[in-house]
Design a binder for this molecule. Structure first.
Ligand SMILES: [Zn+2]
Length: 420
């Protein structure tokens, strides 16, 4: 496809072969390209520092090489063929040896909700590597029934847990603002989940924090996969908490215009840098040390922690075992579909292709069948949670839809360039 890109009235525009002109939002690449190996497109944004996330801010996206292969597939090659996993496990043993407690105190903090990844991480560290973890849960917005059962089974598999449930009033407000201003209703969860590990490390004076998989595997800067640790400079940097953004609104505006009490924002803000330094907090990814295969991780969690899959497939996908604990998850993936043309089946299929579970052809068929399915099951409940009416909901969706990705055919939105 030949496209012509140009600017007008401060907007990036693109004209396609048929002469149709559309705006390109979020700094995304004007021309849609799909990875030749998996089903991800070049529109996939990399993780951002959520505190700086403002409406309309350009987003960095996944890198593609000259052969049209995405960086997540390139990393999968390295993961399957080049990394010496026995050597990595020896590094894990050394790390555990260095931090293991001998007096019964907790020696590592493992944040997680009781999904398959945190089940695996906590169980294997305690029962295979002899650590004494405290698992810490930043509660989902709204637990699903299966999510709550899995959370309970996880604890009953032999683990201590601290369940941190944020102030419901503030969490709902931040979720609504994140939806209306960023079309990113999952943001308050992401922020809290990232903060809760280092926060509990400083509270309990336990320097070692383990998260499971490094999200960089899915297409952030590939170099991040070669580091076992999360970059802590973010936590250590001097910052002005008033200038931080939550739900796309500055903290000082939340206090002034939305009547939020400053104290209630504490769980969303970075941990005091001096405390981080004093305790010597290190945040590691278990996925750096152990070869992470989501399906194998699921089998382990089912066998050892009584982890259950959903009874039916997840809306917007064909899978039953990923991200099933929060009723807001399906809406989260629907918003990525609207903004980036990438829904949940695309994320699931891309990962399974890279791990050799399905072929690209099967992946394409699954994406075409399920990706655009609207998440209706918890829709009303989530609208009530966010205190948003149905009309306002659709107004926001249409405001954030990327015109260079979508075309309206007689009232039905279709992707201009679906995967093939
Ligand atoms: Zn790929």
């Amino acid at each position: 496809m030949t496209l012509e890109e140009f600017a007008e009235d401060g907007k990036r525009l693109v004209r396609d072969e048929a002469g149709d002109v559309a705006e390109v939002k979020y700094g995304l690449p004007a021309k849609v390209q799909y990875c030749t190996r998996c089903v991800i497109s070049n529109q996939r944004p990399s993780s951002v520092v959520e505190f700086l996330n403002k409406a309309g801010q350009p987003k960095p996206t996944i890198a593609f090489d000259e052969e049209g292969v995405c960086s997540a597939c390139r990393y999968a090659d390295i993961k399957h063929r080049e990394i010496d996993w026995e050597k990595r496990e020896r590094e894990l043993l050394e790390l555990c040896e260095k931090f293991r407690s001998r007096n019964g105190a907790y020696d590592c903090i493992i944040p997680g909700s009781g999904g398959k990844d945190s089940c695996f991480t906590a169980h294997v560290l305690k029962f295979k590597y002899g650590m004494n973890p405290l698992t810490v849960t930043w509660a989902p917005h709204k637990y699903t029934e299966v999510g709550w059962r899995n959370f309970q089974s996880w604890i009953h598999s032999g683990l201590d847990n601290a369940l941190v449930t944020p102030n419901g009033h503030v969490h709902r407000l931040l979720t609504r603002l994140a939806f209306e201003r960023l079309l990113h209703p999952f943001q308050p969860f992401i922020i809290g989940q990232r903060m809760v590990g280092p926060r509990y490390a400083t509270l309990y004076n336990v320097p070692l924090v383990f998260y499971g998989e490094n999200q960089a595997e899915y297409g952030n800067n590939i170099a991040e996969n070669f580091k076992p640790q999360m970059d802590m400079s973010f936590f250590k940097a001097a910052y002005d908490p008033d200038a931080y953004m939550l739900g796309g609104v500055r903290v000082d505006e939340l206090i002034r215009d939305f009547g939020v009490d400053r104290r209630d924002l504490n769980p969303y803000l970075p941990v005091d840098a001096q405390r981080i330094e004093a305790v010597g907090v290190e945040v590691h990814y278990l996925g750096y040390y152990l070869k992470w295969d989501p399906q194998e991780v699921y089998y382990y969690a089912a066998e050892h922690c009584g982890f259950e899959t959903n009874v039916e497939r997840t809306e917007g996908s064909y899978s039953k075992y990923s991200s099933i604990d929060d009723k807001i998850d399906p809406l989260h993936y629907f918003t990525t579909l609207v903004k980036f043309g990438i829904g949940r089946a695309t994320y699931d299929a891309a990962q399974e292709i890279r791990n050799g579970k399905i072929t690209r052809e099967e992946g394409v068929a699954l994406v075409r069948r399920f990706d655009a399915e609207f998440p209706s099951k918890f829709f009303k409940e989530i609208l009530e949670y966010m205190e948003i009416g149905e009309e306002r909901f659709w107004e926001c969706i249409e405001q954030f839809r990327s015109p260079h990705l979508w075309r309206n055919d007689n009232g039905v939105w279709r992707l201009r360039y679906p995967v093939e």
